[in-house]
Design a protein around this ligand. Structure first.
Ligand code: HEM
Length: 452
C-alpha cells in the first residue's frame, strides 16, 4: 500500500540521508519544516522518521511508550554511563527512577542551593579576574567549567582542584570517544588497535576507583555531607527496603554528572549569546536582577521573584534546546497515522523544530522572552515546549537545571556587560547536546557591584 508519509527528496537522491545527518538541527529547523511535521528520510538500511507532530510525539513518548526504547546512540553511551537512568530500559529503569526521584524533590534542592550559590560566586569572581585584561573569553567553555564544578560539588562535595580537573577532562575525552563511535561506526575496529579504547578504559577505571573510594568513606562517615551521593547511598527500594549496590550507585552518579552539566552549560552559553544581541532584553533582565537581589548573594527564596530571568532562560532554550532531539525505536511494529513503523526504525523527535513551529509561536525564530508570559503560556499546547523531554522519561534534573541557570544568569548579568566578537562565527553543532561549534567569544566588561 502506498504510504501517506512524505519523504524528503533532496538534491541528490543518493545523499539524501547525508543532507540530514550533516546537521540535523539546521535540517529539521530549516528545509525539514517545508516537508511536514512527520516525514521520512530515506536511508538504505533503516527507516528514519522525523517527528514534530504533537500526536506522534505523544504516542511515542507517552501513550505507547512501552513499545519504545531509546535509539542506538544511547547504547554507545552505556560504555561510560553503565546502566544508569539515561541508558537503562524497562522494569529496571522504572525501579531506579522511583528510587532516585525523591533526590530531586524541591526540599532536597533547597538543601543543595547553598552549595550551588557558593560555587557560582567563586566562579564568577574567577571570571572577573580572567576578563580583566580585556581578552575575549569563550563563554561556552567558561560555562562548562562552572556547571561542571557545580555538579561535582553538589554530587560529591568534591573540592580538590586536581580531582575536579581530572574528572572534567575524563568526561570530555569520554564524550569525544563516544561521539566518534556513534558517528563513525565503520571505524570502531580501529579504536581497539590505535589505543583510543585503552585510554578510555584507563580513564573510566580511574573514575570508578575514585567513586568507589568515596562511597567507602561516606559509609563510614558519621556526618556525611548533604549531597546527591549521600542521598543515593541512603535511598531504599520501596519493595525490598534495600539500598543500591556499589555498581548501581556508580552508574547513577556518573550519569547525573554527565547529564547534569553540559546541558545547562550550553543552555546558558546560548542565552548569553542571544542577550549580547538584544541589549534591550539584557537591560530589562538586569533591572529585575538588581531589584530582586540588590548586591546580596542570591537565596533560594529570591528565585521565585526572578520571573523575567526564568522567561529569558526558557526562551534561550526554545531557540537553542541543549537536548535538541530525542530518538526512539519501536520494539515491535507500530502503526502511526496509518503508516506501519517497523520494529527497529528510528523516530527522531526534533525538539528544536517543535520549538520553532509557527503554529504555536508568535515569533518562531526571534528571541522574544514574552513568549513565556503566563497568560500566553497557558494558551499553548503542552508539547509545544519540551526542552526536558516528555512522558515518563522526562528529565529528572529539570528543576535542578532551572534553579542553577537562573542563579548563574542572574549573577553574570549583574557582574558583566557582554560584547560578542562580531567577526567570530557562531554556529550550532548538534552532538550529544547542541554546542556552539566554534565557541562563543565575548569580551566581558566588569560592572561595579559589591556583592555582600
Ligand atoms: C538545561 C538542562 C537540561 C536539559 C535541557 C535536559 C534535557 C533532558 C532531556 C530532553 C531528557 C530526556 C531524554 C530522552 O527522553 O531520551 C533528559 C533526561 C535526563 N536528564 Fe536532563 N536535562 C538537563 C539537565 C539535567 C540535570 C541538571 C540533571 C541531573 C543533575 C539531568 C539528569 C537527567 C537524567 C538522569 C535523565 C534520564 C531520566 C530518565 O530517563 O529517567 N538533566 N534530560
Amino acid at each position: 500500500m502506498k504510504s501517506n508519509i512524505p519523504v524528503f527528496k533532496g538534491k541528490n537522491p543518493i545523499l539524501r540521508g547525508a543532507e540530514f545527518l550533516k546537521n540535523p538541527f539546521l535540517f529539521t529547523t530549516g528545509p525539514g519544516r517545508a516537508i511536514g511535521d512527520f516525514y521520512r528520510i530515506p536511508f538504505i538500511f533503516r527507516k528514519v522518521f522525523v517527528a514534530t507532530n504533537h500526536e506522534v510525539v505523544r504516542h511515542v513518548l507517552q501513550t505507547n511508550q512501552k513499545n519504545y526504547v531509546k535509539s542506538v546512540a544511547y547504547r554507545h553511551l552505556k560504555l561510560a554511563l553503565g546502566n544508569g537512568l539515561v541508558t537503562s530500559e524497562g522494569e529496571y529503569w522504572r525501579r531506579q527512577r522511583r528510587l532516585a526521584q525523591p533526590v530531586f524533590y524541591k526540599t532536597q534542592l533547597e538543601g543543595i542551593f547553598r552549595a550551588m550559590a557558593e560555587v557560582g560566586e567563586r566562579c564568577v569572581a574567577a571570571l572577573v579576574k580572567k576578563a580583566a585584561p580585556g581578552q575575549p573569553l569563550d563563554m561556552a567553555k567558561e560555562m562548562m567549567g562552572i556547571t561542571s564544578d557545580i555538579v561535582l560539588k553538589t554530587l560529591f562535595s568534591a573540592e580538590s582542584p586536581a580531582d575536579l580537573s581530572e574528572m572534567y577532562r575524563i568526561m570530555i575525552d569520554a564524550q569525544d570517544y563516544i561521539v566518534f563511535r556513534t558517528t563513525r561506526p565503520h571505524l570502531i575496529p580501529f579504536v581497539y588497535i590505535n589505543g583510543m579504547h585503552r585510554r578510555f578504559k584507563k580513564d573510566m577505571d580511574w573514575f570508578d576507583g575514585y567513586l568507589y573510594r568515596l562511597m567507602d568513606e561516606r559509609r563510614k562517615d558519621p556526618n556525611p555531607p548533604n549531597d546527591l551521593l549521600t542521598m543515593l547511598l541512603s535511598a531504599r527500594y520501596e519493595d525490598t527496603g534495600e539500598a543500591m549496590d556499589d555498581r548501581q550507585v556508580r552508574d547513577e552518579a556518573i550519569t547525573l554528572f554527565a547529564a547534569g552539566h553540559e546541558t545547562s552549560s550550553n543552555g546558558l552559553a546560548w542565552t548569553l549569546y542571544l542577550l549580547s544581541k538584544h541589549p534591550a532584553i539584557l537591560e530589562k533582565l538586569r533591572t529585575e536582577v538588581e531589584d530582586v537581589l540588590g548586591s546580596q548573594t542570591p537565596s533560594f527564596e529570591n528565585l521565585r521573584h526572578l520571573t523575567y530571568t526564568l522567561q529569558v532562560i526558557q526562551e534561550g532554550m526554545r531557540l537553542y534546546p541543549p537536548a535538541f532531539a530525542i530518538g526512539r525505536e519501536p520494539v515491535e511494529d507500530d502503526k502511526i497515522m496509518g503508516e506501519t513503523i517497523p520494529a527497529g526504525s528510528v523516530i527522531f523527535i526534533s525538539i528544536a523544530a517543535i520549538h520553532r513551529d509557527p503554529r504555536y509561536w508568535e515569533r518562531p525564530d526571534t528571541f522574544y522572552p514574552d513568549h513565556f508570559l503566563p497568560e500566553i503560556e497557558k494558551e499553548r499546547p503542552r508539547l509545544a515546549y519540551m526542552p526536558f523531554g516528555a512522558g515518563p522519561r522526562m528529565c529528572i534534573g529539570n528543576h535542578f537545571a532551572l534553579m542553577e541557570m537562573q542563579l548563574l544568569l542572574a549573577m553574570l548579568v549583574r557582574q558583566f556587560d557582554f560584547d560578542l566578537l562580531e567577526d567570530h562565527p557562531v554556529e550550532p553543532e548538534p552532538l550529544i547536546t547542541l554546542k556552539p561549534r566554534h565557541g562563543i567569544l565575548m569580551k566581558l566588561r566588569g560592572r561595579k557591584v559589591a556583592v555582600v
